[in-house]
Design a protein around this ligand. Structure first.
Ligand code: SF4
Length: 72
């Protein structure tokens, strides 16, 4: 890159793309780490072994998905 081109801001995918369904699911809980990262937990994991406590993201299909009322 030349000086004339300047520095480019790194592109970051929107939350819904990085996280998938968990980003808009009423069964998801989030934790913030000290470095500002967001960790997603699935509350269904406590009562149903089909679900992982820490879902593999991005979640593209899930039987337990329930859209939060505040999500379009
Ligand atoms: S039910 Fe599925 S979509 Fe919802 S938080 Fe758990 S893993 Fe994510």
């Amino acid at each position: 890159m030349t000086e004339e081109e300047g520095e480019e801001e790194p592109l970051e995918a929107p939350e819904g793309v990085r996280v998938g369904l968990c980003a808009s699911c009423s069964n998801a809980k989030t934790l913030e780490t000290k470095i500002g990262a967001t960790i997603y937990l699935c509350s269904l994991a406590a009562k149903d072994a089909r679900f992982r406590r820490f879902p593999l993201l991005p979640m593209v299909a899930c039987e337990g998905f329930e859209r939060r009322p505040d999500q379009p």
